[in-house]
Design a protein. Structure first.
Length: 101
């Protein structure tokens, strides 16, 4: 039984950074998922794949995994690349493409 520890990215519906910065411990599936032939539902006999634990910090998640004897891997979050842009740049003469309606 192994787990992965990661900090999820913000959803596409979020514009700010609220409700981010927490860490998730999620168990990896031991068995392959099966497709039910009649309805097409995906199922698995592995109940641990349904468990997601939420922690305030990476250290808390790692210490829980070590105390419980769970093999884990930590996935570091990627840094956001944000290019600062102002509204006035829409009308700049240095634009590569013309701005029209």
């Amino acid at each position: 039984m192994s787990a992965r520890i990661y900090s999820p990215a913000k959803t596409a519906m979020q514009s700010g950074q609220n409700k981010t910065g927490f860490w998730i411990l999620e168990f990896e599936s031991d068995s392959a998922k099966k497709i039910e032939p009649l309805m097409g539902y995906t199922s698995s006999s592995d109940m641990n794949s349904q468990i997601r634990m939420k922690f305030d910090s990476q250290e808390a998640a790692v210490s829980y995994a070590q105390r419980s004897g769970i093999a884990y891997s930590v996935l570091q979050p990627k840094e956001r690349k944000r290019r600062p842009m102002t509204y006035a740049e829409n009308f700049s003469f240095k634009r590569s493409l013309p701005w029209t309606h």
